[in-house]
Design a protein around this ligand. Structure first.
Ligand code: CR1
Length: 808
């Protein structure tokens, strides 16, 4: 069978014809009568079709070679818009633009209709998307598994400065990027009881069953033929669950009860960043994802293999944080109960199959589930976890004879008021490798949070520093800078070999190049100013220093400290102390978990302080604060290219890595930051002179806490801080009370160092050439933070997978 598939050498005429054909046959309309959606969907299909050929060839080559695969399991993916990405990756950007213009269509209006799938909360979900991008680009045989939430991360509005959440019905008009496979469903059980079979085998009789229905989206590699997929699962009720007789009797709600109950499982992304949420439905989601993914993985394995002893050689499963960790118990259940393998053999396969990435150090963010809940929802899994734990504790006891404390410390079951399953412990015990996401984080994990395990199995612990996609966060987000870089380096290959950015270093000393660099930054600030005006009504000065803090709202990230500095600047300018003040635009963006009261309070304060600044005619010529609502990947792509200063001011030891720090440095922003997460590595690479360092390091934090931290003392000692807190108390007294009496994240302790460092930033900004030089060097030295390097590290140290080139 031959298919007409090759789009190589496409002309605008071919592209335009395909758009019209899709309009005609897929939407049943013509250009003259098409709605905006008709046109957008047809264009999207036209672009998508240009990747299908590559996908089919990838799948065929994978089938032929039967390689080892990496299966990435994640409850979150923040994919970002697909149209701009797929135009770029299919190499049809220019051709499509000309075709659309030829048809009288506006590419930018069409692009505005592309909806970002917001299937994640923050860094963890975006990291998953960057890694998939890099795996495809590096020709790694890989599949991503996730949940196809009906509602993604909420949309954020402000009312009286406070966050209001609206649902994100992202597929309201349909998702043209998705392929549905409704005949490829999996069955997922919940509740019920177990019955003994032979030996350790049992049979689980679930009390409730739902269907998992897959669809997939294409994950193209850049500059290569490989197109991988991400498979997303949606919960469905069995075919006949609609209760016709109840509906006939007018009981409309009851008639759809079972459908609603089943489909609720993939209804909504939990808008929770890193605090534990004890909800049965969330555990159901996790088990749902894990079961669908494992069954699919086993199905794929069996296409070319039959011996279970080959499983761990062909299948590597990366667990993205603890959300998919129930997979360890589920694989054991499948192998022992369903396949009849001996426990030890099953355990050896399981342990070799899994690897676990931890993304936090906050103890409250390490998931635990009440044993009673797991017992009820997943009775067989609970038995399996108890047995895993029993055998594990025997190993611990042999290693530490008589040490009860060790057993308590390491046990998968936490004993307290109620017994709980510690998912991170299960993950470490059931994996061949464990990694943190930045050097400092990996070191602290092994020294603190997972110390006992690192002592027991030092070889199991690794570091893999996070990375970002230069395609999305440079080429797509910042076309102007990309073009300038390409012109200077001579070709575009730096986009897949980011270390080549070092070739820019000499240009930092070239005045003409610096001038052009500044001009690009300025044009990007003009774009941001247009957006900010439309979104918030705040007018920005495109020549002002663009000072950016974009991330989830969390106390440890210290947006509050950012706000205190703004108030300090406001007071100074108001008093006429403007000699050292440089015009600044403070850009804030980020969401808070809906139930996270303290973070929402800080957000409200930020908005109130923005109003204070922007409405003060004395202050606003020097200072503007814009809080852009509804931060997402698309807004990140708009803000990052305009940034001059990157705020990375978390309390040392709290931010696992951070990734906006990498995106901003890559785009030539200078960092003001603490020695936390990946900041440490950014500073090592870009150079201490090009990085504004302040604040306590992890040793200083520990020492201060040991001495006994008294926030009051800082207030007493620092008249400017007193004045600032008095202003803040006028807006929100509770925040000030907390700072003075508790201040868990040592904001007051770091305040003076931070404000002084900001003054150094202002002075540096006035040295235009030095600043631009540092900006260029930040870009030139950020090559290490490419997700391509991250994926190569995973391949080498953890996955033991090599690239498989697909013939072009
Ligand atoms: C961390 O807080 C890190 C990302 C990606 C986050 C952040 O520092 O950059 O993961 N963790 O590794 C998280 O979202 C739920 O935990």
């Amino acid at each position: 069978m031959t298919y007409v598939t090759s789009h190589a050498g496409d002309t605008p005429g071919d592209f335009g014809r395909d758009v019209l054909s899709n309009l005609y046959y897929q939407r049943g309309t013509t250009l003259e009568s098409a709605s905006a959606q008709d046109t957008y969907q047809s264009v999207a299909l036209t672009v998508r079709n240009r990747l299908v050929d590559r996908y089919i060839r990838t799948a065929a080559a994978h089938y032929r070679a039967n390689p080892r695969f990496i299966y990435y399991l994640s409850a979150e993916y923040m994919l970002g818009k697909q149209l701009d990405q797929n135009l770029l990756y299919s190499g049809t950007e220019e051709c499509a633009r000309r075709a659309l213009e030829g048809l009288g269509l506006s590419p930018s209006e069409l692009a505005a209709l592309d909806v970002e799938p917001g299937l994640g909360n923050g860094g963890l979900g975006r990291l998953a998307a960057c890694l998939l991008d890099a795996m495809a680009t590096q020709d790694i045989p890989a599949v991503g598994y996730g949940i196809r939430y009906d509602f993604g991360i909420f949309k954020q509005d402000f009312r009286d400065g406070g966050q209001v959440e609206r649902p994100d019905n992202w597929t309201f008009y349909g998702n043209p990027w998705e392929f549905h496979a409704s005949d490829d469903q999996q069955t997922v059980g919940f509740y019920g009881h177990t019955e003994p079979l032979d030996g350790l085998r049992k049979s689980w009789v679930p009390g409730e069953v739902v269907l998992g229905e897959p669809s997939h989206m294409l994950v193209p590699g850049y500059g290569t033929t490989t197109v991988n997929i991400i498979r997303l699962w949606r919960a469905r009720a069995a075919r006949e669950s609609f209760d016709l007789s109840r509906f006939g009797a007018g009981q409309y709600g009851e008639a759809v009860e079972e459908i609603v109950r089943s489909e609720n499982i993939s209804k909504v992304l939990y808008p929770d960043d890193s605090t534990e949420l004890g909800r049965e439905l969330r555990l159901k989601q996790q088990h749902f994802l894990v079961t669908c993914a494992l069954r699919d993985i086993v199905r794929r394995f069996r296409l070319r293999n039959s011996d279970w002893d080959d499983f761990a050689g062909k299948v590597m499963i990366q667990l993205n944080d603890t959300h998919p960790v129930m997979a360890i118990a589920e694989l054991m259940r499948m192998l022992v109960d369903e396949e009849g393998l001996e426990w030890d053999r099953a355990w050896s396969i399981t342990r070799r199959t899994f690897a676990y990435t931890c993304h936090t150090l906050l103890p409250e963010a390490l998931e635990t589930w009440p044993v009673a809940l797991v017992q009820r929802l997943l009775p067989r899994h609970m038995e399996i976890i108890f047995l895993i734990n029993h055998l594990f504790l025997q190993e611990v006891a042999a290693r530490y004879p008589g040490d009860e404390g060790k057993l308590r410390e390491l046990s998968i079951i936490g004993e307290g008021d109620e017994q709980r399953v510690r998912m991170a412990h299960l993950a470490v015990v059931g994996s061949s490798a464990v990694n943190g996401v930045a050097e400092l984080h990996s070191r602290l994990l092994a020294a603190t949070t997972l110390h006992g395990f690192a002592e027991l199995w030092p070889g199991r612990f690794h570091n893999v520093t996070n990375g970002i996609s230069p395609r999305r966060f440079m080429r797509l987000a910042n076309p102007r800078l990309s073009e300038l870089i390409t012109e200077r380096i001579g070709d575009e290959r730096w986009l897949t070999d980011l270390d080549r950015l070092t070739e820019l270093e000499p240009a930092a000393d070239d005045p003409a190049f610096r001038e052009r660099w500044r001009e690009v930054k300025r044009l990007n600030r003009v774009d941001l100013a247009h957006h900010a005006l439309a979104a918030t009504g705040v007018a920005l000065d495109p020549d002002a220093l663009c000072d950016v803090m974009i991330k989830r709202f969390h106390e440890y990230k210290r947006q509050l400290m950012r706000v205190l500095h703004v108030v300090a600047l406001h007071r100074r300018i108001h008093r006429g102390e403007v000699a050292d003040v440089v015009p600044r635009t403070i850009v804030l963006a980020g969401k808070a978990a809906p139930g996270y009261y303290a973070a929402k309070r800080i957000m409200r304060l930020a908005n109130m302080v923005a109003g204070l600044v922007n409405n003060d005619p004395v202050v606003s010529p020097y200072l503007r604060v814009v809080f852009l609502p509804d931060y997402n990947v698309s807004r990140a792509q708009l803000i990052i290219p305009a940034a001059d200063l990157s705020e990375q001011i978390s309390l040392a030891g709290k931010e696992a890595s951070g990734t906006s720090n990498m995106k901003l440095a890559l785009n030539g922003a200078l960092t003001i930051g603490t020695l936390d997460g990946a900041n440490v590595e950014i500073r090592d690479r870009v150079g201490a002179a090009e990085f504004f360092l302040f604040g306590l390091d992890t040793t200083g934090v520990a020492a201060l806490k040991d001495r006994g931290y008294v926030p009051w003392e800082y207030y007493d000692r620092d008249p400017e801080l007193r004045e600032v807190l008095d202003v803040v108390a006028g807006f929100d007294k509770e925040i000030v009370d907390d700072l003075l009496h508790r201040d868990e994240y040592l904001t007051l302790a770091d305040y003076r160092a931070y404000v002084d460092c900001q003054d150094a930033v202002s002075r540096a900004w006035q040295e235009r050439d030095l600043w631009t030089r540092a900006s260029i060097l930040n870009t030139a030295r950020s090559g290490f933070f490419s997700a391509d390097r991250t994926v190569r590290d995973y391949c080498r140290d953890i996955w033991h997978i090599s690239p498989l080139r697909i013939d072009g």
